[in-house]
Design a protein around this ligand. Structure first.
Ligand code: BEZ
Ligand code: FE
Length: 286
């Protein structure tokens, strides 16, 4: 069977699927995979190297380390899918990658609480409002947040058994949220596995610009998964996972020691950031 017939035969082998979407996806996957092999004139040695890479990607994956997601992240597939799947109105806050460090069931906090829980870093007051696309507050929204400490580590990477810089809040009647954490810094994605090898082979770095993760859920609104990035970070233009959107960049302001706007007394300099998160209505309510 020559190359063209081979591709056609493999595509046709899915014709018997009762699910039209399976036929569509598998047909496109086979055609593009074969076109890729033809375009690069794939050698058998390269084929086996690729199989070995994927095998090791699976072997290093655990409940808490998802190397395939990381691979999709560094290849831009995660960000592409976010854009394809989430058609948001222009007024809504843009979505970005979820990342591997979200933990279900984070601690509940009151607005204004300190969620750092002993994590190293400069105190940072984070605040904003959850709004709808008409600019009205969304009261009672669930805001989940997580971020790395000043050493660039998430709590789950430190195996502390206690949550740090991670928690959830409910917005008040004006849609406000606020909390203290630490000023986020740029950090490397896990690069001690196959994905790290790929980055090095490609002459690429593992760094992500400083950011805070948010996930916002409220009845009648599309769930928002996003980050707020720190303006001026040196990695904004080359995020290892291509997650930066200009609209998600906010100024983190430096303040001398003293009384913060919420009345907290700081004996050392602190930072603050204010960012409003705008929710799109669910498709049913559009
Ligand atoms: C993160 O921001 O937590 C993240 C996103 C993608 C890959 C690795 C980390
Ligand atoms: Fe992150």
């Amino acid at each position: 069977m020559d190359g063209d017939n081979l591709t056609g035969a493999v595509v046709a082998s899915f014709d018997g699927s009762p699910d039209p979407r399976t036929r569509e996806v598998m047909s496109a996957l086979v055609r593009h995979l074969h076109a890729f092999a033809r375009e690069v004139d794939l050698t058998e040695q390269e084929y086996f190297r690729g199989i070995d890479f994927l095998t090791r990607t699976g072997q290093i994956s655990t409940e808490t380390r998802q190397e395939f997601v990381l691979l999709a992240d560094v290849l831009g597939l995660s960000m592409l899918t976010v854009g394809l799947d989430t058609k948001l109105p222009p007024e809504a806050t843009a979505a970005t990658v979820f990342g591997p460090f979200f933990v279900e069931g984070s601690p509940a906090y009151e607005l204004g609480d300190d969620i750092a829980n002993g994590a190293p870093g400069q105190p940072c007051l984070v605040g904003g409002r959850i709004l709808n696309i008409s600019g009205e507050p969304v009261a009672g929204a669930l805001l989940e947040t997580w971020q790395a400490d000043e050493d660039g580590f998430y709590d789950v990477q430190k195996n502390l058994g206690v949550p740090q810089n991670r928690g959830h809040f409910t917005t008040d009647a004006e849609g406000n949220f606020s909390f203290w954490s630490v000023r986020p810094v740029a950090y490397p994605i896990p690069d001690d596995g196959p994905v790290g090898e790929l980055l090095r082979a490609g002459g690429r770095g593992p760094m992500r610009p400083a950011h805070i993760h948010f996930m916002v859920t409220a009845p009648g609104y599309a769930r928002l998964i996003t980050h707020v990035f720190a303006a001026g970070d040196e990695y904004l233009a080359n995020d290892a996972v291509f997650g930066v959107k200009d609209s998600l960049i906010a100024e983190f302001t430096e303040h001398p020691a003293g009384t913060a706007p919420d009345g907290r007394e700081l004996d050392r300099p602190y930072a603050s950031v204010h960012y409003d998160l705008v929710l799109a209505p669910t498709e049913e309510t559009l």
